[in-house]
Design a protein around this ligand. Structure first.
Ligand code: FES
Length: 160
């Protein structure tokens, strides 16, 4: 990752868009990765537009790395206005494309976002690295910290 890409990821992670729970969401998907222990939940709301059912808004929460936060931020922006089918057709590479190509060791971070989106939009067809996690009210509700675990909560941002 060159300096520009590193800055793009850092900026997106520092000021994530669409962070937080969404009340009244039409779809929710939660996935986790056993290899790094990160989790991501995505909420999706649809609207009718020109006779098509398209994504009005998507939000996310994650116990994930900086790259996962950055990819989820740009991905939730990119899928606005797309149908579920169009969004489902997007790969992790496409969802992270505004950040530039990710290094091989960070590709799974974009995959986490892709898997959460697929889990939300088509739970029956999604095949995440690990099975989808049953949804609780918030992602934090599903974590039971033991020992020296510290959870840093990001401030919820406005819709933009
Ligand atoms: Fe696990 Fe990035 S290191 S999602």
């Amino acid at each position: 990752m060159n300096d520009d890409q590193t800055k793009a990821v850092e900026n997106a992670a520092k000021n994530p868009k669409n962070l937080g729970e969404m009340e009244g969401a039409d779809a929710v998907g939660t996935v986790g990765r056993s290899d790094c222990g990160d989790m991501l939940r995505m909420w999706v709301k649809f609207k009718e537009e020109n006779g098509r059912k398209v994504i009005d808004r998507a939000t996310f929460q994650t116990f994930g790395c900086q790259t996962a936060i950055a990819v989820a931020s740009v991905a939730t922006e990119m899928i606005r206005g797309k149908t579920a089918g169009e969004a489902l057709a997007m790969s992790g590479e496409q969802l992270s494309s505004p950040l530039g190509p990710l290094p091989p060791m960070k590709i799974h971070c974009a995959q986490l976002v892709e898997d959460a989106l697929k889990s939300a939009l088509d739970p029956a067809a999604s095949k995440p690295a690990v099975p989808a996690i049953p949804s609780g009210p918030t992602l934090a509700d599903q974590i039971t910290p033991t020992g020296k675990v510290k959870i840093n909560l990001l401030k919820k941002t406005s819709e933009s």
